[in-house]
Design a protein. Structure first.
Length: 123
Protein backbone atom coordinates (compact mmCIF):
# COMPACT_ATOMS: atom_id res chain seq x y z
CA UNK A 1 0.00 0.00 0.00
CA UNK A 2 1.24 3.47 -0.83
CA UNK A 3 2.02 5.76 2.13
CA UNK A 4 -0.61 8.25 0.88
CA UNK A 5 -3.24 5.56 0.20
CA UNK A 6 -6.85 6.84 0.22
CA UNK A 7 -10.04 4.83 0.39
CA UNK A 8 -13.57 6.15 -0.06
CA UNK A 9 -16.73 4.28 0.94
CA UNK A 10 -20.23 5.79 0.78
CA UNK A 11 -21.02 7.40 4.16
CA UNK A 12 -24.27 5.41 4.41
CA UNK A 13 -22.15 2.43 5.54
CA UNK A 14 -20.89 2.18 9.14
CA UNK A 15 -17.27 2.36 7.95
CA UNK A 16 -18.07 4.92 5.26
CA UNK A 17 -16.18 8.06 4.45
CA UNK A 18 -12.72 9.01 3.31
CA UNK A 19 -9.80 7.25 5.00
CA UNK A 20 -6.25 8.43 4.44
CA UNK A 21 -3.20 6.26 4.96
CA UNK A 22 -2.72 2.52 5.37
CA UNK A 23 -3.06 2.73 9.16
CA UNK A 24 -6.48 4.41 8.94
CA UNK A 25 -7.64 1.70 6.55
CA UNK A 26 -6.41 -1.10 8.82
CA UNK A 27 -7.64 0.47 12.08
CA UNK A 28 -10.90 2.17 11.00
CA UNK A 29 -12.20 0.18 8.05
CA UNK A 30 -11.18 -3.47 8.30
CA UNK A 31 -12.64 -4.22 11.76
CA UNK A 32 -16.03 -2.72 10.85
CA UNK A 33 -16.01 -4.41 7.46
CA UNK A 34 -15.19 -7.78 9.04
CA UNK A 35 -18.10 -7.38 11.48
CA UNK A 36 -20.58 -6.51 8.71
CA UNK A 37 -19.69 -8.84 5.82
CA UNK A 38 -19.63 -12.64 5.69
CA UNK A 39 -16.29 -13.07 3.90
CA UNK A 40 -16.86 -16.79 3.34
CA UNK A 41 -19.77 -15.88 1.06
CA UNK A 42 -17.76 -13.36 -0.99
CA UNK A 43 -17.38 -14.17 -4.69
CA UNK A 44 -15.45 -12.30 -7.37
CA UNK A 45 -17.87 -11.87 -10.28
CA UNK A 46 -15.74 -9.80 -12.65
CA UNK A 47 -12.40 -8.04 -12.75
CA UNK A 48 -10.82 -5.90 -15.45
CA UNK A 49 -7.73 -3.74 -15.66
CA UNK A 50 -6.43 -0.98 -17.88
CA UNK A 51 -2.96 0.21 -16.98
CA UNK A 52 -3.00 1.38 -13.35
CA UNK A 53 -6.81 1.11 -13.02
CA UNK A 54 -8.57 -2.05 -11.83
CA UNK A 55 -12.34 -2.54 -11.51
CA UNK A 56 -13.85 -5.48 -9.64
CA UNK A 57 -17.44 -6.58 -9.05
CA UNK A 58 -18.08 -8.80 -6.03
CA UNK A 59 -21.09 -10.45 -4.45
CA UNK A 60 -21.38 -11.36 -0.75
CA UNK A 61 -23.80 -11.62 2.16
CA UNK A 62 -23.96 -9.26 5.08
CA UNK A 63 -23.57 -10.66 8.58
CA UNK A 64 -27.38 -10.46 8.72
CA UNK A 65 -27.82 -12.47 5.50
CA UNK A 66 -28.67 -9.69 3.03
CA UNK A 67 -27.21 -9.92 -0.46
CA UNK A 68 -24.51 -7.33 -1.19
CA UNK A 69 -23.13 -6.19 -4.51
CA UNK A 70 -19.78 -4.44 -4.22
CA UNK A 71 -18.01 -2.52 -6.97
CA UNK A 72 -14.39 -1.58 -6.33
CA UNK A 73 -12.21 0.76 -8.36
CA UNK A 74 -8.51 0.51 -7.53
CA UNK A 75 -5.79 2.85 -8.77
CA UNK A 76 -2.15 1.84 -8.54
CA UNK A 77 0.88 4.11 -8.38
CA UNK A 78 4.41 2.73 -8.65
CA UNK A 79 2.95 -0.80 -8.46
CA UNK A 80 1.34 -0.10 -5.05
CA UNK A 81 -2.28 0.41 -4.02
CA UNK A 82 -2.89 4.16 -4.08
CA UNK A 83 -6.65 4.81 -4.31
CA UNK A 84 -9.73 2.70 -3.64
CA UNK A 85 -13.32 3.71 -4.20
CA UNK A 86 -16.01 1.27 -3.08
CA UNK A 87 -19.67 1.37 -4.08
CA UNK A 88 -22.41 -0.95 -2.87
CA UNK A 89 -25.98 -2.00 -3.47
CA UNK A 90 -28.04 -4.40 -1.35
CA UNK A 91 -31.09 -6.56 -1.92
CA UNK A 92 -33.37 -8.19 0.59
CA UNK A 93 -34.17 -11.93 0.54
CA UNK A 94 -37.03 -11.43 -1.95
CA UNK A 95 -34.47 -9.97 -4.42
CA UNK A 96 -36.14 -6.52 -4.33
CA UNK A 97 -33.65 -3.67 -4.41
CA UNK A 98 -33.27 -1.82 -1.13
CA UNK A 99 -32.06 1.74 -1.06
CA UNK A 100 -28.79 1.51 -2.98
CA UNK A 101 -25.93 3.69 -1.84
CA UNK A 102 -24.21 4.06 -5.19
CA UNK A 103 -23.95 1.92 -8.28
CA UNK A 104 -20.61 2.17 -10.02
CA UNK A 105 -19.75 -0.46 -12.56
CA UNK A 106 -17.10 -0.32 -15.23
CA UNK A 107 -16.83 3.05 -16.91
CA UNK A 108 -19.96 4.36 -15.16
CA UNK A 109 -17.58 5.32 -12.38
CA UNK A 110 -16.40 8.89 -12.78
CA UNK A 111 -13.45 9.63 -10.55
CA UNK A 112 -11.65 12.88 -9.89
CA UNK A 113 -8.23 12.93 -8.31
CA UNK A 114 -9.43 14.87 -5.24
CA UNK A 115 -11.48 12.17 -3.48
CA UNK A 116 -13.01 14.72 -1.14
CA UNK A 117 -15.03 15.98 -4.10
CA UNK A 118 -15.29 12.72 -6.03
CA UNK A 119 -18.67 11.79 -7.40
CA UNK A 120 -20.33 8.86 -9.10
CA UNK A 121 -22.92 8.87 -11.80
CA UNK A 122 -25.22 5.88 -11.96
CA UNK A 123 -25.45 3.63 -15.00
Amino acid sequence: MHDDFEEYVPPVLPWGGLHRGPQAFVADVLPRLAAAVDFESMRLISISADGDHVAALLNARSAGGDELWIAEHWTLRNHKLWRLRVSTSTRDHSNRPLTPSFLALGHCLHERIGYADAHVRTC
